[in-house]
Each structure stands twice: as structure tokens, then as C-alpha cells.
Design a protein around this ligand. Structure first.
Ligand SMILES: Cc1cc2nc3c(=O)[nH]c(=O)nc-3n(C[C@H](O)[C@H](O)[C@H](O)COP(=O)(O)OP(=O)(O)OC[C@H]3O[C@@H](n4cnc5c(N)ncnc54)[C@H](O)[C@@H]3O)c2cc1C
Length: 384
């Protein structure tokens, strides 16, 4: 076993950090406050080949894996620019199109996703289904050679920036379990029959959220991703990359706010010595740093398992849980260490608190991870 990073990985981290540092919190915070996309940074990362680092080389990607994409997520966040759509477009949509799409779909979408020209967002959440994917009610029914899609999704991020949505639909019901049989489609955002309405959230994020109404939207069979009715397996395969990159994003956010807080606490002095001298200030920061480093280890393990085609569900869930909790604790400690300045727009901490708070709920909530570990790791009876 060797815990040292390779020189390629160190170079990757250094380069992504250097590119993102040119933007930094001075760029991210006003965008988050205004709800404006971080388009210039996205374009630059695409130009340098980092958005598709995990995608196959023959489709314009970097031919690396999730370990490397997680590094891109972590380093952009650590340089002050956490990018939610990396989880959605690069990790979940990119991996699913790459693994289950037809050759035509791969040729059409992946090179442009890798270059940054096109984003494909992900739509699974519904108002009535919530965390229970079996209850999805957005229906895809056959109509000749096409499908007609009807239903509602909500909290779908980045629809205004995206060329398409990777959409999870119910295309039947399993006779024995009564659960939804799922099918996935790539639906271009300008398709007639789709109405997208902004869903305001008070968390300050550059990415906007949307409610999507599908009213007998006509989807040709060529838009189907993978096998009709096999969506459940495909979605579960794709959720691990989302959880792993979500964890990496949290590790990066924690590193960013802890760095800022340590600098502040080393220089701010109100009783004749820096506030960081007081253990009431330094210990919460140190504790969050320990939790962040532990979460980073589990994130790397989960990404490595995924890249080596080993079962990664347990590690991906644990990494997501640990990293989101660590980022939340880090943001909380950083704000507290700043006193009143912790809430000031000038010090820019609140947007990082907001995204760390979001990542304790999405893409999978902490309670659903605890359910998973209780049931699958500890063998406890299923509670729901
Ligand atoms: C800003 C933002 C961006 C998002 N982006 C996207 C996106 O791009 N695409 C997308 O598809 N979705 C997106 N989501 C949705 C997100 O993934 C869901 O909000 C999340 O999965 C939780 O689902 P829910 O809101 O329906 O909560 P619910 O399922 O209603 O759960 C509510 C609470 O009850 C708890 N709970 C539910 N069931 C159980 C149980 N069995 N045991 C214990 N506790 C339970 C949950 O943990 C949670 O705390 C986004 C959400 C937000 C806020």
C-alpha cells in the first residue's frame, strides 16, 4: 500500500488549483450572491481538458477516472469555486452516457461535454416521490416508435445552462414488487412539451434550480439511454460518481474555509494577541480539519473502488456523509471564528456555508446514507 500521490496527480491538482485561483472567491462569491453561472471558469476548465478527464479518450475525454475527476472537484472548490454542475454534468451524466449510451449518443454528447460547450443536467427528484425513487411518477409511454413523457420534476439544477437533461422516468411497473420500472432519456432542453420554471432557493448558489413540467413530450427512441426498463440499475451505477464527486467538492469547500479562517484567526487581535490563540477558536477549526482529512481518504478509496470496477456503494455513501458533515462543521467553525465578519458579504463565507448545507441534503441526504449503512453494513432491519 502506498498513500503517496503520483507526480501526475500532484501536477493535476497544481494545475487545476492554479487555473481556478485566477478566478477565486472574488469571482465565485459575487456570482453566488447574484445567482449567475460561473461560465468563464467552466469554459477554461473545459479548454484545458478537465471537465471530461474521466471520459473515454475516443470521445474527447482524458481517459482517466473518477479519482482524477474527484481531484478536479476538490481543487476547484479548495480554490474558492465549488462547481455543483461538475457532479451533475461531468460525473453523473458523463458516466451514464459513457457507460450505457449508444455510440451515436456518445459521439454526439461526450466530446462537447468534455470541451465545456454542452452541459447535460440530471433530473430525478419529484415533488411526491422525494427520496423514494420507487415512487417516481413521471411517465414514459410508448407511442409508435416514440415515447410520450408526462410528469413533474423539481429542484433540477442548471437547466438554463444546459443543452439537455438526463431524465429518469417510469416506463412500467414491476408486477411482483409494485415498484416503478425506470427508463432514462436524454431530453434536449428546447423540446416542445417541456416547460421549465425557476424555483427560487435562498441558498446563494451560481446554479439556478427549476421545476420541469412535461406534457406529452415526444421523445424518439434514439433518446433512450441504455435499455428500456433497466433504468434502476443504471441510475444506481451513476449515483456513486455523483456521491464521490459530491464528497470531493465538500472536502474542497472545507479546505477553502479552514484556510481563510486560519489566516483570519492568526491576524485578528482583540485582547492583545491573535484570536487563534484561544482554543475556543482553534479547536473547532482543528477538529474540522481532522474530519476533512478523514473524509478525503474515504473519498479517494471510493473513487478508486469505482475505477477498479469493485463495489463502491458503501464507500461512496460513507465518503459523502463524512465529507458533507466535515464541510458543514468547517463552514460553521470558520464563520464563528470570524465573529460578525462571518456574516459579512465582504468576507464571503455564507455562500460556502450554503453549498455545504445543501450537500448535507443532496444528492443524497445524510439520513438516507445512515439508512444504507444501518441496513447494508450493520445488517440492521430496514426501517422504511
Ligand atoms: C439546491 C438544490 C439542488 C438540487 N439539484 C438537483 C438536481 O440537479 N437534480 C435532481 O434530481 N435533484 C436535485 N435536488 C433534489 C435533492 O436531491 C433532494 O432534495 C434530496 O434528494 C432529498 O429529497 P427531498 O427533497 O424530496 O426530501 P424528502 O425525501 O422529502 O425527505 C425530507 C427529509 O426526510 C428525510 N427522510 C426521508 N425518507 C427517510 C427515511 N426513510 N428515513 C429517514 N429519513 C428520511 C430526508 O433525509 C430529509 O431530511 C436538489 C435540491 C436542492 C435543494
Amino acid at each position: 500500500m502506498d498513500f503517496r500521490e503520483t507526480s501526475e496527480h500532484r501536477d493535476l491538482r497544481d494545475t487545476v488549483r492554479a487555473i481556478t485561483a485566477k478566478f477565486g472567491p472574488e469571482y465565485y462569491v459575487p456570482r453566488a450572491e447574484a445567482g449567475e453561472p460561473t461560465a468563464e471558469l467552466w469554459a477554461e476548465l473545459g479548454h484545458h481538458g478537465f471537465l471530461g478527464i474521466n471520459l473515454p479518450e475516443e470521445y474527447g475525454g482524458g481517459g482517466a477516472g473518477l479519482v482524477e475527476l474527484a481531484m478536479v472537484c476538490e481543487e476547484t472548490a479548495a480554490a474558492g469555486c465549488p462547481m455543483l454542475l461538475l457532479l451533475v454534468s461531468a460525473a453523473i451524466s458523463g458516466e451514464m452516457i459513457s457507460d450505457f449510451g449508444t455510440d451515436e449518443q456518445r459521439r454526439h454528447w461526450l466530446p462537447r461535454m468534455a470541451s465545456g460547450e454542452a452541459k447535460v443536467v440530471f433530473g430525478i427528484t419529484e415533488p411526491d416521490a422525494g427520496s423514494n425513487t420507487h415512487r417516481l411518477s413521471t411517465v414514459a409511454r410508448r407511442d409508435g416508435g416514440d415515447f410520450l413523457i408526462s410528469g413533474t420534476k423539481h429542484y433540477i439544477s442548471g437547466v438554463d445552462e444546459a443543452e439537455a437533461i438526463l431524465l429518469v422516468t417510469r416506463s412500467g411497473v414491476d408486477e411482483t414488487t409494485g415498484h416503478a420500472v425506470l427508463s432514462l432519456f436524454i431530453v434536449p432542453t428546447d423540446t416542445p412539451g417541456l416547460v421549465a420554471t425557476p424555483l427560487p432557493v435562498s441558498a446563494k448558489l451560481p446554479e439556478k434550480q427549476f421545476v420541469l413540467h412535461f406534457d406529452d413530450l415526444r421523445a424518439p427512441a434514439e433518446w433512450l439511454v441504455g435499455e428500456e426498463g433497466n433504468g434502476f440499475r443504471q441510475v444506481f451505477h451513476g449515483l456513486n460518481p455523483e456521491r464521490i464527486t459530491g464528497a470531493a467538492l465538500c472536502v474542497g469547500i472545507a479546505r477553502h474555509v479552514l484556510h481563510q479562517a486560519a489566516e483570519y484567526a492568526s491576524t485578528r487581535s482583540v485582547w492583545g494577541k491573535p484570536i487563534g490563540t484561544h482554543q475556543g477558536v482553534s479547536h473547532p477549526l482543528a477538529k474540522a480539519r481532522i474530519e476533512t482529512d478523514l473524509a478525503a481518504l474515504m473519498t479517494t478509496k471510493a473513487a478508486w473502488l469505482h475505477d477498479n470496477e469493485l463495489p463502491a456503494g458503501e464507500a461512496a455513501n460513507m465518503a459523502k456523509y463524512a465529507a458533507a458533515e466535515a464541510a458543514g462543521a468547517a463552514a460553521e467553525a470558520a464563520i464563528q471564528a470570524h465573529g460578525g465578519n462571518g456574516l459579512a458579504t465582504e468576507y464571503g463565507l455564507m455562500p460556502y456555508w450554503a453549498i455545504s448545507r445543501l450537500l448535507r441534503i443532496a444528492p443524497v441526504s445524510r439520513e438516507m446514507v445512515l439508512n444504507f449503512v444501518a441496513q447494508h453494513t450493520l445488517g440492521l432491519p430496514r426501517s422504511y
